[in-house]
Design a binder for this molecule. Structure first.
Ligand code: GDP
Ligand code: MG
Length: 311
């Protein structure tokens, strides 16, 4: 796509703000639900199966006040001895590239070790942090326990990291406008990070890739290859129909077999399920072609990262 770089660096108005927010928190606290609520579109996977989201741009919210780019972190579901390592890596990669961290806590359940793990990684950084106590629509509230945990970690580290706390419900939307206000005042004044004309296509491609990924996860369950990427290669849209070519990347030929399934049945099923859901969302005929490609170390492959919006 040709970008109009002359207009790209221009502030739409003097107080226009833009920035990147890393959504942090353990699995099932409501990160995806919150994003979907803000973006009003199904862009992120909401699934009872943990670890369905990669650390990628999950959505871009553009409005009069500015533009917020959200990075979602994967739902972490790891053996205990590996968890720390994964959290370190996630914290480093998502927080270093972000203007702020948005730590989501599930106020309806007691704090867990993993919540403390995230606090331990956030408190020593200089990255601004906003805390959202989610699920405030539920009767039980462990807000005090979370605040005590934060204080205890701060005291132990001897570091004060002051950040605003919000009570929200990603489900009902309660408290979300106040959180958004805070997000906008916390990012710097600056031009949009993604040009508006790019947004029309980009979130839709992410959305389509996510729905396909969701169907893959649902059908593969335990057989799921550890590394898998879904990239919408091309999209051709008219008033009545969308034609989509999509590539699924795996690391090894054996994984390709798993994804395709016996006589191609699994892939066909994924194709069918994704097509039906997309047809419902976009209210158009959907023509979907899925290709499985073996690309060793696809995560290091620059052009794929570029398509995913990483580079
Ligand atoms: P993630 O793993 O952090 O992305 O969590 P999800 O967004 O997938 O949500 C996990 C579960 O919590 C889902 O069943 C959601 O419906 C539920 N959930 C998310 N936000 C809220 C909320 O504000 N209130 C209630 N009651 N449930 C919520
Ligand atoms: Mg999620």
């Amino acid at each position: 796509m040709e970008l109009d770089l002359d207009n790209f660096n221009v502030l739409p108005h003097p107080d226009y703000r833009s920035g990147i927010a890393a959504l942090i928190g353990r699995a099932n606290v409501g990160k995806s639900t919150l994003l979907n609520h803000i973006l009003q579109e199904k862009v992120s996977i909401i699934s009872p199966v943990a670890q369905t989201t990669r650390n990628v741009i999950r959505g871009i919210w553009s409005e009069e006040r500015g533009q917020l780019v959200f990075l979602d972190t994967p739902g972490i579901h790891k053996a205990k001895y590996e968890l720390g390592k994964v959290m370190n890596r996630t914290a480093r990669s998502s927080m270093s590239g972000a203007d702020l961290s948005l730590l989501i806590l599930d106020a309806s359940t007691r704090p867990r070790e993993e919540d403390e793990g995230w606090m331990r990684r956030i408190i020593p950084t200089q990255t601004p942090c906003i805390i959202a106590l989610n699920k405030c629509d539920e009767e039980a509230s462990f807000e005090d326990d979370y605040r005590e945990m934060w204080e205890a970690v701060s005291a132990e580290k001897g570091i004060e990291h002051v950040c605003p706390w919000f009570s929200i419900s990603a489900l009902t939307g309660d408290g979300v406008p106040a959180l958004l206000d805070c997000l906008f005042t916390s990012v710097p004044i600056g031009p949009p990070l993604f040009p508006e004309e790019m947004l029309t296509d980009f979130p839709k491609k992410l959305n389509i890739a996510d729905i396909i990924r969701e169907k893959l996860f649902a059908n593969l369950k335990d057989e799921l290859p550890h590394a898998i990427a879904v990239v919408v290669d091309s999209m051709d849209e008219t008033d009545e129909r969308i034609s989509i070519e999509c590539e699924i990347y795996v690391n090894k030929p054996s994984q390709k077999g798993i994804v395709i399934g016996n006589k191609g049945r699994l892939l066909k099923k994924v194709e069918r399920q994704a097509r039906d859901e997309l047809a419902g969302i976009y209210e158009k005929t959907v023509v979907l072609r899925l290709w499985v490609k073996v690309e060793k170390d696809w995560a290091k492959n620059h052009w794929i990262l570029k398509k995913l919006g990483h580079a």
